[in-house]
Design a binder for this molecule. Structure first.
Ligand code: MG
Length: 251
């Protein structure tokens, strides 16, 4: 199943996608929302971020080659940080470059969408039960600020620094996907989720031992190598096989 959120007639609705058509859902898809009303062509609606997370939990350096390009080791345990929900934007929304940074980077990532609350899970199987689906996420980062500061919060949390979408795909093997990032059509990143250091379900379980994950929360699984700068006027695309293409302009 493929779900989304969309704006139509001044309302923001969850939807389910079938081919090029979308129908509204009566509730969140993970809460048993059922299709209602007419089917619209996807071209007639504006897709927005497919979830409204209470938090976005991310992991640093979950691919060896990316850790190496930053001149760092892979951490012994997952290195967690949070992007605030206020950083989330949807497809086609602008990534705003802050005055405080001279070096903003793209980071293409696969993100899990939680469908059930999860606390203190110890196995990948428990995590798998609680994950609803998968989406594309761009962990936009002010690299100069990240280098200058010990904590990631400021570098990762500017408004618009978390593009998500375009859809959530429930039928995806998260260990068998290809992640590509293009800037103005030119490929910058191409990675394979099988190269993750920590399996995404074990990552979700690990995080749930720290904080309760709630339905709609996002867990981003780290970026492969090839991160690099974006500048005003660029178009950034994150494409994950089986999900789709998340496109955002830099403004
Ligand atoms: Mg990242």
């Amino acid at each position: 199943m493929r779900t989304c959120r969309f704006r139509r007639g001044g309302r923001e609705l969850y939807g389910v996608i079938d081919g090029h058509k979308v129908r509204a859902l009566t509730a969140e898809p993970w809460a048993g929302g059922l299709p209602e009303g007419p089917a619209f062509n996807l071209s007639e609606v504006s897709l927005i971020a497919p979830v409204v997370p209470s938090k976005v939990v991310c992991v640093g350096r979950n691919y060896r080659a990316h850790a190496a390009e930053l001149g760092q080791e892979v951490p012994k345990e997952p290195l967690l940080f949070i992007k605030p929900s206020t950083a989330v934007i949807g497809p086609d929304a602008g990534i705003r470059l802050p005055d405080a940074s001279r070096e903003v980077h793209h980071e293409a990532e696969l993100a899990a969408v939680m469908g059930r609350p999860l606390t203190c899970a110890t196995t990948a199987a428990d995590a798998r039960e609680a994950v609803f689906g998968w989406t594309c996420l761009d962990d936009v980062t002010a690299r100069d600020i990240q280098r200058a500061e010990k904590h990631f919060t400021r570098a990762k949390s500017f408004d618009t620094f978390c593009p998500v979408g375009p859809v959530v795909e429930t039928d995806l093997d998260p260990m068998d996907a290809t992640i590509v990032c293009r800037v103005n059509g030119e490929q910058r990143q191409r990675g394979f989720t099988k190269d993750m250091v920590v399996d995404p379900y074990l990552l979700v379980a690990f995080i749930s031992q720290v904080m309760t994950l709630l339905p709609g929360d996002l867990v981003s699984t780290g970026t492969p190598e090839g991160v690099g700068p974006i500048k005003r006027g660029d178009w950034v695309e994150v494409e994950i096989s089986g999900i789709g293409v998340l496109r955002n302009p830099v403004v």
